[in-house]
Design a protein around this ligand. Structure first.
Ligand code: AFP
Length: 320
């Protein structure tokens, strides 16, 4: 089985990008260790601080954020980073050719219950000259790489550099990421959807009607039964979609008028949309292809409907 470095070399991508991906992958191995130690390392529970989202930061959120910051600062090719856990962008290497956006520990509300969490990253080209938040406001189409690491029963890295999607599994013996799926293809149709049903009364009528028809099953207009999953960690739900198809959505809702959307564009929706499209799926806000959204600020949130292409189309049909 090919190692990550062999696979990157064979892919023909730019050397500097390969080195950056390798640093991200190596840091994820340290994060995997920290996550696995859990309560034993005194890393569970809240850190007593709040992030820019106004969310309590779990100790591991802060620890993993610092691990990634330190590794990228040392790497030398990253001009600046944007993180879910950082209010502002963090300038790093003045001549760096990349910008990196990341959610260091997605699904952090799952930490204390020993459920799935992950790291999501997105790599953009760095414009020349001084770096500012404006430098990051590029559409998802400009991404040169994106991926996630899922800290599950096995630690898995999903990666795209625009040449399809590869899945790597961390070999606990050698410590290498080994290529276990080369060229993920998401099934065009599915019988499985993922949504947080507790928000049903707050959705737009189109989403209410779409989900209601799924639940009607064989006797309803879809003429087949559907299964439901909800991991409360986007990395886990998207990984399932990559592996066996499905529709994942966090739609707009009126639960908190000040926060009509939940998922963050730059370091959740865009990297996942890049992976999903590269694997033959679709990713939409309900009204616009996610990768075409023109960002207005680094912590911007959007609605997300992604997964099996024909099922995303079916859902969008209710949003006309
Ligand atoms: P946390 O990182 O705060 O746990 O949020 C995870 C997340 O951003 C995304 O990964 C999940 O799909 C979604 O939120 C879960 O949201 P609900 O808790 O409202 O179900």
């Amino acid at each position: 089985m090919q190692t990550l470095s062999q696979s990157l070399k064979q892919s023909g991508i730019n050397d500097e990008l390969a080195k950056l991906i390798t640093v991200l992958a190596n840091t994820s191995k340290d994060i995997s260790q920290a996550v696995r130690h859990g309560a034993l390392a005194g890393v569970l529970g809240v850190a007593g601080t709040e992030n820019v989202q106004g969310e309590d930061q779990k100790k591991l959120d802060v620890i993993t954020n610092d691990m990634l910051k330190d590794a990228l600062a040392a790497q030398g090719s990253v001009k600046a980073l944007a993180s879910e856990e950082e209010d502002e962008i963090v300038p790093l290497s003045k001549d760096g050719q990349f910008l990196v956006c990341f959610d260091p520990l997605d699904g952090s509300s799952n930490i204390d219950i020993n459920s799935l969490v992950g790291t999501i990253f997105s790599v953009l080209p760095a414009p020349s000259g001084d770096v500012s938040e404006q430098s990051f406001l590029q559409s998802g189409r400009k991404q040169v790489a994106a991926g996630y690491v899922l800290y599950g029963p096995s630690t898995m890295l999903a990666l795209t550099t625009g040449k399809g999607v590869q899945l790597y599994t961390l070999d606990p013996v050698s410590g290498d990421y080994l290529l276990t799926v080369d060229g993920v293809q998401i099934s065009k149709d599915t019988g499985e959807f993922a949504i947080n049903m507790s928000n049903q009364r707050f959705w737009e009528p189109g989403m209410q009607a779409y989900i209601a028809d799924l639940i009607k099953g064989k006797e309803g207009p879809r003429g087949k039964n559907f299964n439901m999953r909800w991991i409360a960690a986007m990395v886990g739900d998207v990984h399932r979609v990559l592996c066996r198809g499905g529709l994942f959505t966090y739609p707009t809702d009126t639960k908190d008028p000040k926060k009509p959307f939940k998922l963050r564009l730059m370091y959740e929706a865009n990297p996942m949309a890049f992976l999903v499209e590269q694997a033959g799926g679709k990713a939409s806000t309900g009204y616009e292809t996610i990768l075409d959204v023109a960002p207005s600020e680094i912590h911007q949130r959007v609605a997300v409907i992604l997964g099996s292409a024909n099922e995303v189309d079916a859902c969008l049909g209710y949003h006309k």
